[in-house]
Design a protein. Structure first.
Length: 365
């Protein structure tokens, strides 16, 4: 799980936000924010919240039992279930406890969550949204976060290895999904969250969930865009497989063009690089070598959520910072490619460049 000492460091970073915005306290009640700040990763049906006061004192209020190793000064709990039934009114119960913890705090920051909405509706204080601040703070991944992300990425490596063994003409998409799920759980040594394990598990079209009764056919390309989460932190990377292991010339040409995007990004990306420039460089390469326009983002950040800052997308104007993790996922689609081909790597931004966190095979065959 997350390191309590590093959670304390994240609390100090958030205290800088409180000081800059002249807040008396901040209440975080979105599950991933509570985890990031305190190390408390509660049962997924139980509400919890962390209150960080301007004096540095941190209080955890959680359903049933708080994590005894959580990086907090005070831990409180409420009954999240009665006689094994989960209570639907948990946000309201949590809000009552939070009002007591907040005491005389008047200027209070909150994230967006069901408990926060209850707090704003029923508590007469001045509330201020801090989600934008949190998104920026979460960009730089620390050692404990990276360790969990690397475990999630290890799960995807095991899933692709199993895919190379089971994908063949006639295999059903749901069979492939189940085999990959088993490989991921074995690699993790525990049940993963969330259970959907990623975005794309289909043969033929450009992507989508596994379809019941649909079998892979010779000539198609099977796109796997995998995103398991290990103890809250996501992987997100993609590989593509020629179902019959006999890619056509057209498929090989597209695959080569897509793979050619990665060296371009690896050469350009470093702290201070504009993400729009990365998008433009990747899209221009694909256009030159395939005649196709990139019809989705080139990539995105990943961490406690599958999509975070930075956005490798012309709709934003982000700039890379050291310590964040982002994906690059060029793809081209159409019937001439047996549906489409997409490859995706994950990168860690280092002091003077990037590290490829997903150096496993890219080959179609």
């Amino acid at each position: 799980m997350l390191d309590p000492a590093l959670c304390r460091g994240r609390q100090r970073r958030l205290l800088d936000v409180l000081a800059a915005r002249r807040l008396d306290a901040v209440v975080l009640s979105a599950r991933h924010h509570v985890y990031w700040l305190t190390g408390h990763w509660g049962f997924w049906l139980h509400e919890s919240a962390a209150v960080l006061r301007a004096d540095g004192r941190c209080t955890l209020v959680s359903g049933n039992s708080p994590n005894p190793a959580a990086a907090v000064d005070d831990a409180r709990s409420f009954e999240a279930s009665w006689f094994a039934t989960q209570r639907q009114e948990q946000p309201r119960v949590l809000t009552k406890a939070l009002q007591e913890v907040l005491g005389g705090a008047r200027q209070v920051g909150t994230d967006a969550s069901p408990a926060a909405s209850q707090l704003v509706m029923h508590c007469s204080r001045d509330f201020h949204a801090v989600d934008d601040d949190l998104h920026q703070l979460r960009r730089r991944k620390e050692a404990d976060e990276l360790a969990l992300m690397r475990r999630a990425i290890d799960c995807t490596a095991a899933m692709y290895a199993r895919a190379r063994e089971v994908i063949e003409p006639g295999v059903e998409e749901q069979t492939v999904f189940l085999e990959l799920h088993a490989a991921a759980v074995r690699a993790a040594g525990e049940v993963l969250t969330p259970m959907h394990l990623g975005n794309d598990f289909v043969s033929g079209p450009g992507g989508g969930p596994p379809r019941g009764g649909r079998a892979a056919a010779a000539g198609e390309v099977y796109i796997l865009d995998l995103g398991p989460a290990y103890r809250g932190y996501f992987a997100d990377n993609a590989r593509a497989f020629a179902v019959d292991r006999k890619p056509t010339d057209e498929q090989l040409k597209a695959w080569g063009a897509i793979g050619g995007v990665f060296p371009i990004i690896e050469r350009l990306a470093k702290p201070g690089t504009r993400c729009r420039d990365l998008f433009d460089a990747g899209a221009a390469h694909l256009k030159e070598h395939t005649g196709k326009t990139l019809d989705h983002h080139l990539g995105h950040g990943v961490g406690l959520q599958p999509h975070e800052f930075p956005h490798i997308n012309p709709r934003w104007d982000d700039v890379l910072i050291e310590g964040e993790v982002f994906t690059i996922e060029p793809g081209v689609y159409g019937p001439e490619y047996g549906g489409g081909i997409r490859l995706e790597n994950q990168y860690l931004v280092t002091r003077d460049g990037v590290e490829n966190l997903t150096p496993f095979p890219l080959e179609l065959a």
